[in-house]
Write a protein that binds this ligand. Structure first.
Ligand SMILES: C[S@@+](CC[C@H](N)C(=O)[O-])C[C@H]1O[C@@H](n2cnc3c(N)ncnc32)[C@H](O)[C@@H]1O
Length: 214
């Protein structure tokens, strides 16, 4: 099998380089949609979000600015350093951020419960597929009734699917995974284009905002 030059079999990327490339970009569309659907945060009882593989913090910063509390994690130290350094001092009390792998997160004792949002922007495809079922179970369990999931899944026709097919999903598989949710936004994208580091690839992914109803 010949792999495209942009990828390696273990899915490792140069994340600090990626953080540089996206540093000036605003929050993800899926996060903005989910926060908008939730509505204004009640300052007397701020909503709680989990931000999975938060990166340098583009979505966490937006949630904090909107008055949310955020429990954020990422496997890369630099991500958490950059996020912590970029959050205004008067919002630090609402942020809990730590270095943590998705593969270990399901067992984290302080993972909050009854959360209004689990945000996983371009995150879950990087979880070891063997650990994904426990992580997904934790995601679903931690959501309050009416709570939302926002994020992306990679599709089966994405160029990277040759590397780790189990991290790439057919549409019917995604539908099955989201049993007990109502899709509020579902956008399937398939196109050739550049990634964050400017490397051209064939993209196939699903942008999802879904509300827990079950
Ligand atoms: C494509 S970036 C997305 C970052 C951020 N959510 C965003 O939307 O910009 C993927 C992130 O996953 C993190 N990551 C990769 N493997 C991980 C793992 N096994 N557990 C936790 N985080 C991981 C990387 O450090 C990186 O920040």
């Amino acid at each position: 099998m010949t792999l495209p030059p942009s990828i390696t079999p273990d899915y490792q990327r140069d994340w600090p380089r990626y953080f540089d490339a996206v540093a000036s970009l605003g929050p993800r569309d899926t996060l903005i949609r989910a926060a908008g659907l939730h509505g204004q945060a009640d300052p007397a009882n701020p909503p709680m979000a989990v931000d999975i593989a938060c990166g340098e913090g583009r979505d966490t910063r937006e949630l904090l600015a909107r008055g949310w509390r955020v429990w954020a994690f990422d496997a890369t130290c630099q991500a958490i350093d950059r996020l912590s350094a970029s959050v205004p001092r008067d919002q630090h009390h609402a942020l809990s951020a730590r270095v943590l792998r998705m593969e270990d997160a399901a067992a984290a004792e302080d993972w909050p419960g009854e959360v209004a949002l689990v945000n996983a922007s371009f995150a879950l495809p990087f979880c070891d597929p063997a650990a994904f079922p426990s992580l997904w179970k934790r995601i679903v369990q931690c959501l309050a009734p009416g709570g939302r999931f926002a994020g992306q899944f990679f599709g089966d026709r994405d160029e990277w699917a040759v590397v780790r097919p189990a991290s790439h999903w057919r549409r019917a598989e995604v539908d099955k995974l989201f049993k007990g949710f109502h899709f509020e936004h579902f956008e399937e994208v398939e196109k050739d284009g550049g990634d964050a580091l400017g490397i051209t690839k064939h993209h196939h992914l699903y942008h999802i905002v879904a509300r827990r109803v079950g």
